[in-house]
Design a protein around this ligand. Structure first.
Ligand code: NAD
Length: 476
């Protein structure tokens, strides 16, 4: 689609500003530079934080929760009316097939609808206490919240993090990823048009080492929501710790789907493959490990292989099964992992039909031990490894045997086993006889271990983006 705004601007305090410098914007489907984005610097982040403080001191800080909710709901309707445009923008910027980008735009609308509806429904408590006291709690915003977002699902991550933060009355500074920031800018325009007051939402694109680091370490930011890699997350947490600022970290994963002998394979098969190749495998909750009980190992491997051979990889706008990966760098990382495959067996690969862009053939592997790097480390590409297991205990041991713990899927008809696995799997979300539950705006999401801490999505995010104040009144 034709992008109808200047992509190299930043929104600070209600004004679209020109940066001192720009960064190239690349289309991963062609590898060509198609425009420029702002290279925001520490001074721009500083201006955005000042603008956010001013918003909190002005009408935004005094706005009724119901009115904030109305603004978010209005934004949701506006997003819904522009799904096609937003999807085309995201498809070009990220390289994801159009229908996946459409689903992301609809998810953004749904986050805004959900958090719009929830804004006035987070209530405090009254607490029975000593004779002569009235004690109550209230939920208050942190103040200025920083949002550092990756390139793989910009719309969804902005929806779940900025949507929840605005609902609770925070003023946000959003630093989108340098690889894909178009929909963050479009989101800011929608917020403006919906009537969100100046400074309540500021968007400063730029490099992680410049704008990102400046935001994470800014002394006047009161909460940081970070989604990205483990290494950067640790740096962000360390920077925020200097200012004693709370951090939500949504990091990577090496998530398993576990297929027992008694599962409904017809039902499971599409989920097994889709969860590995969606967004070219560049999904934090990608099911990159498929654990299969020995009795169905041969059948699952053969049927997944059939699906892999049918996969076609090409430009985002052609809406094939898989698009390009985000960059030449990401492609090199994935190929580096595949070079380490050693004696693993490539069971099947998809077919690359696109040319010029950053295309990687989806690859299904077997023969790995659970401690192999390809079964332990996040590839962040369309690569899945099949790992066999004998019984439930071994399945749990393998599933829990990585540093990560984001999500897990379990396929079995045995109800008691479903409950045991839900209890014992090391993951922030467990899906039984499904994977992903259709996105689940309402479902708290986040990791354990190296997958991070804190929860976004659902009502939990509203608690994360606010804090409790206790008021104890002694009146006799
Ligand atoms: P990344 O950590 O390189 O970048 C993420 C964001 O952090 C970008 O906006 C980047 O500019 C910024 N950044 C980089 N260096 C920074 C610094 N020193 N200080 C502050 N900000 C900095 O991650 P990526 O490669 O863009 O994304 C891929 C990773 O994100 C994967 O590991 C993936 O699993 C993870 N991820 C997790 C989730 C989740 O919800 N758990 C969702 C999407 C992606």
């Amino acid at each position: 689609m034709a992008v109808t705004f200047d992509t190299s601007e930043m929104l600070i305090g209600g004004t679209w500003c020109r940066p001192t410098d720009t960064l190239p914007m690349e289309d991963p489907s062609t590898g060509e530079t198609v425009g420029a984005i702002a290279r925001g610097r520490a001074a721009d982040i500083d201006a955005a934080v000042t603008a956010a403080q001013a918003a909190l001191a002005g009408p935004w800080g005094r706005m009724a929760a119901a009115e904030r909710g109305r603004l978010l709901a209005r934004m949701g309707h506006m997003v819904e009316a522009q799904v096609e445009d937003l999807a085309r923008m995201e498809a070009m910027d990220v390289g994801k097939p159009l229908r996946q980008a459409r689903a992301d735009a609809l998810a953004l609308a749904r986050y805004l609808e959900f958090y719009g509806g929830a804004a006035d429904k987070v209530h405090g408590q009254t607490i029975p206490y000593l004779d002569g006291y009235t004690v109550y709690t209230m939920r208050q915003p942190h103040g200025v919240t920083g949002h550092i977002v990756p390139w793989n699902y910009p719309m969804q991550i902005i929806g779940r993090s900025v949507g929840a933060a605005l609902a609770m009355g925070n003023a946000c500074v959003l630093k989108p990823a340098e690889e894909a920031c178009l929909t963050a800018l479009a989101f800011a325009r929608i917020a403006e048009e919906a009537g969100v007051p100046p400074g309540a939402l500021n968007v400063v694109p730029g490099l992680g080492s410049e704008a990102g680091a400046a935001l994470a370490g800014h002394p006047d930011v009161h909460h940081i929501s970070f989604t990205g890699s483990v290494a950067t997350g640790a740096r962000v947490q360390a920077a925020a710790a200097e200012n004693v600022v709370p951090v939500t970290l949504e990091l990577g994963g090496k998530s398993p789907q576990i297929v027992f002998d008694d599962s409904d394979l017809d039902d499971a098969l599409p989920f097994l493959v889709n969860a590995g190749i969606q967004n070219a495998g560049q999904t934090c909750s990608a099911a990159s490990r498929i654990l299969v009980q020995r009795g169905v190992l041969e059948e699952v491997t053969a049927r997944m292989a059939d699906r892999y051979r049918a996969l076609r990889v090409g430009p985002a706008v052609e809406d094939l099964d898989v698009g390009p990966v985000i960059s030449a760098r990401q492609k090199a990382i994935i190929e580096g992992f595949l070079d380490q495959a050693g004696d693993l067996t490539v069971v099947a690969q998809g077919q690359v039909v696109g040319t010029g862009g950053h295309y990687v053939a989806p690859t299904l592997l077997t023969g790995a031990r659970p401690d192999h790097p390809l079964a332990q480390q996040e590839v962040f590409g369309p690569v899945q490894v099949i790992l066999p297991f004998e019984d439930e205990a071994e399945a749990i041991a393998i599933a829990n045997g990585t540093d990560y713990g984001l999500v897990a899927g379990v396929w079995t008809r045995d109800g008691a086993r479903q409950m045991r696995l839900a209890r014992d799997l090391k993951a922030g979300q467990v899906f039984i006889n499904n994977y992903g539950a259709g996105g689940g705006v309402e479902l708290p999401f986040g990791g354990v271990g190296k997958s991070g801490h804190g929860r976004e999505k659902g009502f939990e995010a509203l608690y994360g983006f606010s804090q409790t104040k206790t008021v104890a009144a002694r009146h006799g």
